[in-house]
Design a protein around this ligand. Structure first.
Ligand SMILES: [Zn+2]
Length: 462
């Protein structure tokens, strides 16, 4: 009988890893890193409960590190199989995994330097070289056609609308002439957003694993375009600049799209706009190249008026030298990573622009506790960076509508897409409030059964 084990994203939002066993073969669905609290991060260091060498294949829902960031450990631990993902996910992983390794190496060096750790030398969780080694195992599978992994497993992706290449996976397991279908929702995105297609629910599932990140709440309403136009116009009128710390994959491309819409409609002046993050520039290229992910409106705009992410006066600054030149521009828009101002080039722009009241900083994503982004959102009067306290006189604006995760009613809309209730739904990838709320709502549906997945739990799929 086929079995499923929850090796991550059970009771929490990171570390997505699900092991499926059938016919003596083992398939790992997602291979994410645990992030956040120390207790969770320590799990990345502990050996997997299953020897990586005994796993035959891995398949990915999307490229985010909490779904892929454990791959280098899996490979260094002995995994020798192929890692299957759609073309865009493979390409994004080639950008994100080495970056994740680079951060691990920097953290280790920092700990060594500060003497945080009892161990010396302090080793990184994995190195850039190990990340590169893991990437050699990537194999492209079709974006939306069924793909047979083995006689036991066949997988098919459905657009999840979360980031480029993101999929919900329908896994068909065949064992002793019987088949069972398990749907892994992956991270479900938003409906009616720029660029990507709406999340598409697979038609049927015997068993379902559904993410619950926002299972307990909806995102705030209100027009993103109005709010964005408001802040750009205020800044332009003051002769200042707008700094937007953004996540390199997804958020920055959405902002480029929205700013171009506002420019074309004549709702904002044509300010010079800088995309100052090598990763965001590469991601922007990938967003344009992967047409299979574009929604109809994006395709129409591209056909009729050209590149929908190309503003009138946009500059992609890859080199440090080009990045420094931006300091000389009095009035402009700067999109730069990281999204919570924990590091990256955006820090230099904040240092330069925060002390001037003509400028504004637009916070467009979730700002975790303890980050500079959160300090700004909480009204800090100074911000510590590069060893000094930088005075905060710029206008600080928060915009919460641009989340890449479905809110509660969007999760329910996605669940509505099933032709019949699955035999059982496990709620995964959520904190307890989101998991409990969504479990309650699923149980209220006619003939639906729901359970909250537990870390390390193994269940039968019959
Ligand atoms: Zn994600």
């Amino acid at each position: 009988m086929a079995k499923l084990t929850f090796l991550g994203a059970a009771g929490t939002v990171t570390g997505s890893k699900y092991l499926v066993e059938a016919g003596g073969k083992k398939l790992l669905v997602d291979c994410g890193l645990f992030q956040g609290e120390k207790e969770l991060r320590l799990r990345n260091w502990a050996p997997l409960p299953i020897a990586p060498a005994t796993i035959d294949w891995a398949v990915l829902t999307h490229a985010h590190i909490d779904h892929t960031g454990y791959l280098p450990r899996l490979v260094s631990g002995g995994f020798r199989g192929p890692i299957y993902a759609d073309p865009a996910t493979c390409e994004l992983a080639r950008v994100l995994l080495p970056d994740s390794a680079h951060i691990q190496e920097e953290d280790a060096e920092h700990a060594e330097h500060k003497g945080y750790s009892k161990h010396s030398p302090v080793l990184p969780l994995y190195t850039v070289e190990e990340a590169q080694e893991a990437l050699t195992r990537l194999r492209e599978i079709p974006r939306s056609d069924p793909f047979r992994i083995s006689p036991e497993f066949s997988v098919r992706g459905y657009d999840a609308g979360h980031i480029l290449g993101s999929s919900s996976l329908e896994l068909t397991i065949t064992e002793n002439g019987r088949t069972v279908t398990v749907v892994f929702s992956g991270d479900i995105g938003r409906f009616d957003q720029p660029i990507l297609n709406n999340p598409h629910t697979p038609p049927r599932a015997d068993y379902l694993l559904c993410e619950s990140t926002y299972g307990d709440r909806d995102h705030p309403g209100g027009s993103v375009l109005d709010q964005l136009a408001g802040v750009v116009n205020r800044v332009a009128k003051r002769g200042g600049s707008l700094v937007i710390p953004g996540f390199a994959v997804g958020r920055i491309q959405t902002l480029l799209y929205l700013l171009r819409q506002l420019e074309i409609a004549g709702r904002i002046p044509r300010l010079p706009t800088y995309v100052d993050s090598p990763m965001a520039i590469t991601a922007t290229d990938l967003y344009m190249e992967h047409r299979e992910d574009h929604n109809a409106e994006f395709a129409r705009i591209e056909r009729e008026t050209g590149d929908p992410l190309d503003l009138h006066d946009v500059h992609m600054t890859r080199s440090v030298e080009e990045s420094k030149q931006i300091n000389r521009i009095a009035s402009c828009v700067i999109l730069s990573a990281s999204g919570m101002a924990t590091g990256g080039r955006v820090l230099h722009h904040l240092e330069q622009r925060l002390p001037d009241a003509r400028n504004a900083v637009l916070l467009v994503g979730f700002q975790a506790a303890g980050t500079r982004g959160r300090s700004l959102a909480d009204g800090a009067k100074t911000l510590h960076m590069f060893g000094t306290d930088v005075p905060v006189r710029a206008e600080i604006v928060e915009m919460h509508q641009l989340s890449a995760h479905a809110g509660q009613s969007e999760l329910l809309r996605w669940l509505d897409g099933f032709e019949a209730p699955p035999k059982l739904t496990w709620l995964v990838h959520g904190e307890p409030p989101g998991l409990n709320a969504l479990a309650g709502l699923v149980r209220q549906r006619d003939q639906w059964r729901a359970e909250i997945a537990r870390y390390g739990q193994t269940v039968d799929l019959q």
